[in-house]
Ligand binder design. Structure first.
Ligand code: NAP
Ligand code: MG
Length: 508
């Protein structure tokens, strides 16, 4: 194995044991599940390996391929830890989150390297992700000490009325592979702040960051069983987790199709869900005086993480009269993107996360070319033999894309930016609203009237004016239509998912 990180950070209590009866291949570290504070092998004895998307020949480690029995044990541990954790004074819970935030900052370089190795994004982006996770954990540390509930005037003398916020109990958190640190922290930190215990299933492709995060939580002083880690597949471990009757809430980030399935399953037992799903986020450009600034923001928002972001700008809708000038500037910024191994300091865009993702993106691009859309940049995979040389695809820009093309309607989740030209602002708004998604939307303009119109009429959870689709660490985050369901995450609105309201009447 040629990567240089072979061990996890030192833990206080729970070193990951090496199980001789479950020995991995020489030089490959085998990671276990974390249940009730113990690192335990999967009950079926099965493991799977993960690979570096920049050099797929390189095995990064083996991880537990968990069974339904492992999930049941983890949920049992979380249920067992629930009442003591809920009774822990909230500021003490917050203090653990403060320490987590500090540990994330302190281990930023090492954890960023793990993110780049398993996910592929450029190292600077990975470091930014870890810093962002620290900021979100820090916000939630403070949230643990802020007021919850209200006091009401009573209709009757001698009676007081108040509401309190109670934890749900056990929360299941299921995350995708594109942000393997910040998405889990965005779920685990608020769960803990408001007194819930957690069973966490990371994406199969990115479990290493998840294991590292468990060590940081341990070093932060989290008691055993409060957060439990189960690695393995969505179809086995994920399914077992979402159907366990002891799970009071499911916070899921991932594709719309899996989110819908989770919502259906949860409805049967009336479990609460928080779903953060896909997007097809438009950038509308109309009467814009600063086309260069618009192009810069659009290209950054479109190609970060190789376009594998739910909030990536994934279509540009521009007025005919500005289309040529904007396209030229977009191509200019795209030509400056340096594609390569994320560990190389020169790299600004890494590989796609997997061969499957590369195949899917390359197919969209081939179909786009075949349909006659002009390719202004890129247009192909960059490696002949991706299993040997990495899952690289050129950043690609299409012009004059028809509004009914799959390029314009479907979430490609890769470095592909279609440009749609329109005659009127009315058409721009209609097209912006024409997909099944409603996550984020940007408008670049110098006209105040458009700002108001766009903010009011575009169906999206988050609106950005003269700004790419970048969110902040304390501002509510979520989507409408098929982009999401349930409470917005990030910031104080997360409490609507992580707590139940209880009304308390006291006569004296
Ligand atoms: P995904 O296929 O939906 O998987 C997400 C997670 O769900 C993974 O941990 C997956 O496990 C698990 N899973 C799969 N099937 C399951 C099932 N039947 N029951 C329970 N869990 C199951 O999504 P992805 O491919 O990892 O990520 C890409 C998608 O995520 C995109 O659509 C993107 O837009 C969306 N996303 C949304 C946001 C947001 O905040 N709105 C953020 C990031 C990504 P496996 O790893 O085993 O498949
Ligand atoms: Mg998937």
């Amino acid at each position: 194995m040629s990567n240089h990180i072979t061990s996890d950070p030192p833990s206080r209590r729970t070193p990951e044991p090496v199980h001789p009866e479950h020995a991995a291949a020489p030089g490959v570290h085998r990671h276990l599940n974390l249940i009730a504070g113990q690192w335990v092998p999967p009950s079926g004895g099965a493991y799977y390996s993960i690979r570096n998307p920049a050099r797929p020949g390189e095995c990064l480690g083996e991880f537990a391929n968990s069974t339904a029995a492992d999930v049941a044990a983890a949920v049992g541990a979380a249920a067992g830890a629930a009442s003591a954790w809920a009774d822990t004074p909230a500021p003490q819970r917050g203090a653990i989150l403060s320490r987590l935030a500090q540990l994330l900052d302190d281990s930023r370089d090492e954890l960023a390297r793990i993110v780049t190795l398993e996910q592929g994004k450029a190292l600077g982006e990975a470091a930014g992700e870890v810093g962002r996770a620290a900021a979100e954990a820090r916000f939630m540390a403070g949230e643990a000490a802020r007021p919850v509930g209200s006091t009401y005037p009573s209709e009757r003398a001698g009676l007081s009325c108040q509401t309190v916020a109670e934890p749900l109990g056990v929360v299941a958190t299921i995350s995708p592979w594109n942000f393997p640190v910040v998405t889990p922290v965005r779920k685990i930190a608020p769960a803990l702040a408001w007194g819930n215990t957690v069973v966490f299933k990371p994406a199969m492709l990115t479990p290493w960051s998840a294991v590292y995060l468990m060590h940081l939580l341990d070093r932060a002083g989290l008691p055993p069983g409060v957060v439990n880690l189960i690695t393995g597949s969505g179809s086995v471990a994920g399914e077992a987790l979402i159907h366990d009757a002891r799970v009071g809430g499911i916070s899921f980030t991932g594709s719309t199709d899996v989110g819908r399935r989770i919502y259906e399953g949860a409805a049967r037992r009336l479990a609460r869900v928080q779903l953060e799903l896909g997007g097809k986020n438009p950038a509308v450009v109309f009467d814009c005086e600063d086309l260069d600034g618009a192009a810069r923001e659009i290209v950054a928002a479109a190609f970060l993480c190789s376009g594998q972001r739910c909030t990536a700008i994934s279509r540009v809708i521009v007025s005919d009269d500005q289309a040529e000038a904007l396209a030229g500037r977009i191509v200019d910024y795209v030509s400056r993107i340096k594609v390569g191994d994320g560990l190389d300091p020169e790299t600004t865009m890494g590989p796609l996360v997997s061969h499957g993702q590369l195949r899917s993106v390359a197919q969209y691009v081939r179909d786009g070319i075949a349909s006659g859309c002009p390719t202004l940049a890129g247009g192909r995979a960059l490696t002949e033999d991706p299993e040997r040389d990495g899952y690289y695809h050129a950043p690609t820009v299409f012009d004059r894309v028809p509004a009914d093309s799959p390029l314009a309607l479907e979430e490609i989740f890769g470095p592909v930016l279609p440009i749609l030209r329109v005659h009127s602002f009315e058409d721009a708004i209609a097209i912006a609203n024409s997909t099944r998604y409603g996550l984020a939307a940007s408008l670049f303009t110098s006209r105040l009237g458009y700002v108001h119109d766009f903010s009011r009429r575009v169906q999206a959870g988050m609106i950005h004016i003269n700004h790419g689709t970048a969110s902040q660490a304390h501002v509510p985050f979520g989507g409408v239509k098929e982009s999401g369901q349930g409470a917005y995450s990030i910031g104080h609105t997360a409490s609507e998912f992580y707590t139940n309201v209880k009304a308390v009447y006291v006569r004296w």
